[in-house]
Design a protein around this ligand. Structure first.
Ligand SMILES: [Zn+2]
Length: 127
């Protein structure tokens, strides 16, 4: 049955792809260093997934626990978000590590490690 006008269309379970109605599903937070929340920094590194059942919540936890959690990847995401909010025209000679740290909430050491990680990734030295 197609949803009527004004009714939300069902979402899909992240594990089995079954349609999940608005009151049928449950959200599960899984660790994912590639996830940066656009609105809520405390959710950085925690991807929210919709699932249809407790069993599929457990399955998604298992799947994401096998994915490496790379701190530098998380910090790189925080840097990218911070850079989007900065006016780079105000930094004609380049943004300093200290300014990036202040804008992102990271330490200068974390900024440097994230930048090195990103550079190695761009050079194809790591996946
Ligand atoms: Zn499911």
């Amino acid at each position: 049955m197609k949803p009527g006008k004004g009714e939300p269309s069902p979402d899909i379970c992240a594990q089995c792809s079954v349609a999940v109605g608005p009151r049928e599903g449950r959200l599960v937070a899984v660790p994912d260093s590639s996830f940066i929340s656009p609105l809520t920094p405390r959710l950085d590194g925690k991807r929210l997934l919709l699932v249809c059942s407790p069993e599929h919540a457990h399955a998604m936890h298992g799947a994401y626990q096998r994915r490496p959690f790379v701190e530098e990847e998380l910090w790189d995401g925080k840097l990218t978000r911070a850079l989007r909010g900065m006016n780079l025209d105000e930094w004609p000679t380049g943004v300093t590590v200290e300014a990036l740290a202040q804008a992102s909430g990271l330490t200068p050491e974390q900024v440097e490690r994230a930048v090195q990680w990103s550079l190695r990734r761009w050079q194809g030295l790591q996946p």
